[in-house]
Write a protein that binds this ligand. Sequence first.
Ligand SMILES: NC(=O)c1ccc[n+]([C@@H]2O[C@H](COP(=O)([O-])OP(=O)(O)OC[C@H]3O[C@@H](n4cnc5c(N)ncnc54)[C@H](O)[C@@H]3O)[C@@H](O)[C@H]2O)c1
Length: 413
Amino acid sequence: MPHERLEDASARLDAACQHVDLSPDARRILCAPRLALEVSVPVRMDNGDLRVFEGFRVRYDDSRGPAKGGIRYHPDVDMEEVIRLAFWMTFKCALNDLPFGGAKGGVAVDASELSRCELERLSRGYISAIADVIGPRVDIPAPDVYTDATVMGWMADEFSRIKRENTPESFTGKPLALGGSKGRDTATASGARHIINAVIERDGRDPNETSVAIQGFGSAGGGLARMLAADGYKVVAVSDSKGALHHPEGLDVEQIWQKKRVERSVDAVGEAGDGEEMGNDDLLALDVDVLVPAALEDAIDEDNADTVQADMIFEVANGPITSAADDILAGNDIPIYPGILVNAGGVTVSYFEWRQNRTGERWDEDTVAERLERRILRTTHEVFDVMDDRDLPPRVAAYALALERLDEAIMAK
Ligand SMILES: NC(=O)c1ccc[n+]([C@@H]2O[C@H](COP(=O)([O-])OP(=O)(O)OC[C@H]3O[C@@H](n4cnc5c(N)ncnc54)[C@H](O)[C@@H]3O)[C@@H](O)[C@H]2O)c1
């Protein structure tokens, strides 16, 4: 890969390549993105000033179908980060056998500083700038960090205006009224829950005796905390960007959820429940059975990897563990279930949304939940088979399986 900060993605590709008879053509094709577009998005601010934002859209690979990937609004977004995220989407879609390639987009912006009207103008301007490279049979965007259904609604509307046709299947993660799918808001947490339950059962553990710490109490991590607590797990620690809360016998997750997500309190998680407050980094070092990083990238790196005491890690965030940390955790025999498996519930229900929009169907909540569980468990058991048959750790097994599917499509072309 040509970009310096892509070593993590590249290291995962190299590790998987050692276990797959990859054709040299596929290796060459997967080393760089198919398309990397950088755009300037001028936006008239409420006070009359003009600001110009940097935007990106990357189509990493589309050998298995139109590319799929979210749009992130964050001040740190740059081309390298977007390429890295698009690479992971390529492997996530392949691993989960979705008929999609991988893409990602983003705008370098602190969305919290913008008024609602400024955010709408930015979202519409960004779509106008990338309209030539997206579409329902080319590249289908979705929400990511600091973008949501409202933003997708504006973007889908802008795209329909530009194309002069109504194409709800051009975007996923839309509001229900504009063709969004039921179950999209809880899809990532549900997928992660099914995988954790499958691993706990395979290991012969009892959920009631299993302690869990979750970093990041957002839509994915907070939703998962609620589901695991309902399944009987002891959720002993959760955190957000402001603080962490710990209770060795298990936290009252519903109370924290109510305060953080329903009342939209700005208080830290640490002030929202009846546990003891602790430092954010201390959560990662707790002696728990299950650790779930569900915040942002690079949370566990070579500086803190050695402090991790969990029996196993499930990545809900994209790329929360650097490749250097991976090596340290492997040396300490801590298995890591990778994000391309664990957080695939979101893109799976996005695929359901795209299918519903293309056929004009509307699936009810139970249908979405049942089809999601079936697909997630099928992939999970395929990964277990590769782990057993080839004696591989979960991350390498998942990448090897994805790589074989990508290789097959590239060679078939
Ligand atoms: N939501 C989805 O459908 C989905 C799908 C796939 C992957 N992901 C990934 O999951 C991660 C979280 O996404 P989300 O949608 O839940 O975002 P979100 O914005 O709803 O939540 C993120 C949470 O992380 C917390 N956080 C930030 N920095 C932290 C830190 N240093 N320590 C502890 N907590 C911190 C924030 O306070 C917030 O509570 C991202 O990496 C995203 O790419 C999300």
